[in-house]
Design a protein around this ligand. Structure first.
Ligand code: IPD
Ligand code: CA
Ligand code: CA
Length: 300
């Protein structure tokens, strides 16, 4: 026996079956949105609703019917069959804060990882299939490793924009320990150097938008595998690149996610490196400095 791990066999039913499941869960989210639901707190500002839990329950049951030997790792607590070779990372509702405020921008995200037997539990397997469904726009993004990425069945590709200065990008902010996040500094700097930075509130959709060229790039600190598994494969299969902020390989639990059309990746990594080293940061006035300057102008 050679020590080479077996390759994932293409799963002809992964994407079609998961697409049905994501559509069913998406329809359930839309019904909850129309009815309106009460919001609970998981942390200071980390929201959860009955819609998150109901959608995860539905997805968990449907995945077990469709792929009885696949594992399921869901944001709302599902941890089923994680010893198996295949594992679905499930975010039943990515964009809960939007949902809770009645903003129709959220999605269902299902990403499949292949973990060959013997793989060190601390190592990632290969992302092999992705389905991400936006029920408000009826947009279903899908990808299978080596077969490209699609939107509603049609091939999609990252944008051809070659420079950050001509790019529209997106980021997000964590819902836990926000006071420890340095992201506002990066938000500021990227805003000055691009067409702008959007904060849409669904990391999974941000990644899908990079994959189909609506955005040139997306970054965020401290995401979880259920936020990124599907979107990362979409970007890669659409011809883009995903890494950590220093350009290192992306890890599902790396806490750093930088996705781009590939063409501006070097520029983005360079800016991150400069900023972490304290270089190339444009000075901005503090509110106090601004108020003092305004008062001085008024006194003239
Ligand atoms: C959140 C969204 C948001 C991102 C947060 C995530 P949730 O996921 O993806 O865009 O900024 O970091 O936690 O809680 O809506 O599933
Ligand atoms: Ca999420
Ligand atoms: Ca969620």
């Amino acid at each position: 026996m050679s020590g080479t791990p077996p390759l994932a066999q293409p799963g002809p039913t992964w994407v079609p079956q998961a697409s049905l499941i994501a559509r069913e869960a998406g329809a359930c989210l839309r019904e909850f949105l129309a009815k309106g639901v009460a919001t609970e707190y998981k942390g200071d500002v980390d929201l959860v609703t009955v819609a998150d839990r109901t959608a995860e329950k539905l997805i968990r049951a449907r995945l077990a019917e469709a792929f009885p030997d696949h594992g399921v790792y869901g944001e709302e607590g599902t941890r089923d069959r994680l010893e198996g070779q295949y594992r679905w990372y499930v975010d039943p509702l990515d964009g809960t804060t939007n949902f809770a405020h009645g903003i129709p921008h959220f999605c269902v995200s299902l990403g499949l990882e292949h973990r060959p037997p013997g793989l060190d539990p601390a190592h990632d397997g290969d992302l092999v299939a992705a389905v991400l469904y936006d029920p408000n726009r009826d947009e279903l993004f899908s990808a299978e490793k080596g077969s490209g990425a699609r939107l509603n069945g049609k091939p999609i590709h990252v944008s051809a924009t070659p420079v950050l200065a001509e790019s529209l990008i997106a980021t997000g902010f964590p819902s836990r320990k926000r006071h420890e996040s340095p992201n506002i500094h990066f938000y500021q700097e990227f805003t000055l150097r691009s067409h702008g930075v959007r904060r849409f509130g669904s990391a999974a959709l941000d990644l899908a938008y990079v994959a189909m060229g609506r955005l040139e790039a997306f970054w965020e600190f401290n995401l979880n595998p259920w936020d990124t598994a599907a979107g990362v494969l979409l970007v890669q299969e659409a011809g883009g690149r995903v890494s950590g902020f220093a350009g290192q390989p992306f890890r599902l639990d790396s806490q750093e996610n930088l996705a781009s059309n590939g063409l501006i990746h070097g520029e983005l990594v360079g800016l991150f490196q400069n900023m972490f080293a304290g270089r190339a940061v444009a000075p901005i006035p503090t509110p106090q400095e601004f108020a003092a300057a305004r008062a001085a102008r008024a006194a003239r």
